[in-house]
Design a protein around this ligand. Structure first.
Ligand code: SUG
Length: 446
């Protein structure tokens, strides 16, 4: 069998990273609204995490940020004139719209797309569907640009099929890989794809959260499985526990994570959890599988939301062992710290904890797992990826220099009025697009 592995593509934090309080239901985003952000530090933290995983032997790539502010969207909303006029008018009349158009949310590439690897799909190609991110205005402006970046990154049509994002509107709300997990014994096996949704799009009588929005619908997950040509016997759909969404778990990757034959999840992660686990067991088949259920008595849902324990990356460092990559907030929570100590001694493949500081992203509700898009590839498919997007010693050093040259140390909420910020972002992305071999993908380049 061909050699398959899991690569990670991390989002580069953009030059306008800021705290605008845009995501209701995301506790950290609201709590830190209006704070001074540190874009340079944010971008370096993310990149350092990615490079560290590359140094462990994993294939690691990066995905480019989007141009901000999004002038095309501002124009669509009736702000006219030259770019500096558009910014000034929007700042005076609708600062909340300008802030949304300045968000660096594309950095959380777990929400960029859902990807099904070639062993799972009907034509043995890698299928990619960008998420429509309908639930939040600042995220709903991402899919078209994300699609362009993904096409330039996974560029060889012999291996990659790019679908259009699902139709806009709440019925098909889709947040990408944050609500999707793939189980397998070896990466090259036909995997079991596990989709977790927050609510039903077409049937409002069904159970749903009442306080905060559910961002993913069952109908969206089903559409992705159809588009990707997945085998029905190798797909499980399960509803996230609505009470956890109401407690601040706005994506499934804040309450569970899986890799290969391990599912690491909270006792309250899923609605009708026992049935979901039974279906995974029966569809996975006879081979060994580790279900690691974390009890509420040891780590509460609140602990999970505060520490982002489950927004970790489970990475395979040898065929039989895994490390868990957690944010440093896990060290600040006693219950989580105690649990992690126990986890690595239990009978399961996870035998190491790796801690990373991604605090700038965490303050907007994005942990290590939010910052990466997982792509299971064969060695041959890797040759069809734009090689300039892969992280090496050279590209890491070039990207750090690029950050030093273009990024501000700090951004205050009122800084979005400054047209120089836009110019700085354009200059930065112009240079980055050539560093990453993306061509002139940004609208201001044409
Ligand atoms: O969509 N935060 C993002 C965080 C996304 C985390 N991703 C995963 N769990 N996979 C969101 O809520 C906050 C931006 C602000 O408030 O400025 C924000 O968009």
């Amino acid at each position: 069998m061909e050699n398959y592995f899991e690569a990670n593509f991390d989002g580069i934090v953009g030059p306008t990273h800021n705290y605008a309080g845009l995501s209701s239901g995301n506790v950290a985003s609201l709590k830190n609204a209006g704070e001074v952000s540190k874009p340079k530090e944010a971008a370096k933290q993310g990149l350092a995490k990615a490079k560290s995983l590359a140094d462990l032997g994993l294939v690691q790539g990066v995905l480019a940020p989007h141009m901000r502010p999004d002038l095309i969207t501002l124009k669509r909303l009736g702000f006219t004139g030259k770019p500096s006029d558009i910014i000034e008018k929007a700042y005076k009349r609708a600062p909340e719209i300008l802030a949304a158009c300045y968000s660096c949310s594309p950095m959380w590439t777990a929400n960029a797309a859902t990807i099904s690897p070639s062993p799972d799909t009907h034509d043995q190609k890698v299928h990619i569907t960008p998420a429509n991110l309908n639930n939040k205005f600042h995220r709903s402006i991402e899919p078209a640009m994300t699609a362009e970046i993904l096409k330039k990154t996974f560029s060889d049509p012999n291996y990659f099929v790019h679908h259009q994002h699902l139709p806009e509107g709440g019925h098909f709300g889709d947040e990408g890989a944050a609500n999707h997990t793939r189980f397998c014994t070896e990466y090259g096996d036909q995997g079991l794809e596990f989709f977790v949704f927050g609510k039903y799009g077409f049937d409002e009588s069904k159970i749903a959260p009442t306080r905060f929005p559910a961002r993913q619908t069952k109908e969206a997950s089903q559409a992705i499985a159809r588009l990707h040509g997945l085998n029905e016997n190798k797909v499980v759909f399960s509803q996230q526990n609505p009470s956890t969404i109401d407690a601040g778990v706005f994506h499934n990757d804040v309450i569970s994570v899986g890799n290969k034959n391990v599912y690491f999840y909270h006792e309250k992660a899923l609605h009708e959890q026992d049935q979901a686990i039974a279906e995974i067991k029966s569809k996975f088949g006879e081979k060994p599988f580790y279900f690691i259920q974390v009890p509420e008595s040891q780590v509460s849902v609140q602990d999970a939301v505060e520490s982002y324990l489950f927004n970790s990356q489970l990475i395979s460092l040898t065929p039989d062992s895994m490390a868990i990559v957690v944010p440093s907030e896990c060290e600040e929570n006693k219950n989580v710290q105690a649990y992690l100590k126990e986890l690595v001694t239990m009978d399961n493949p996870i035998n190491e904890v790796k801690v990373y500081d991604v605090k700038q992203s965490m303050k907007n509700g994005g942990g290590p797992a939010c910052l990466r898009l997982r792509v299971c590839l064969s060695q041959q498919e890797l040759t069809g990826v734009n090689q300039k997007t892969l992280l090496t010693d050279q590209s890491f050093s070039a990207l750090n220099k690029w950050i030093d040259k273009h990024y501000r140390d700090e951004i205050r909420p009122s800084d979005i009025r400054d047209p120089n910020l836009m110019v700085e972002c354009q200059n930065a992305l112009d240079e980055l697009s050539s560093l990453l071999g993306l061509g002139n993908i940004y609208p201001f380049q044409n």
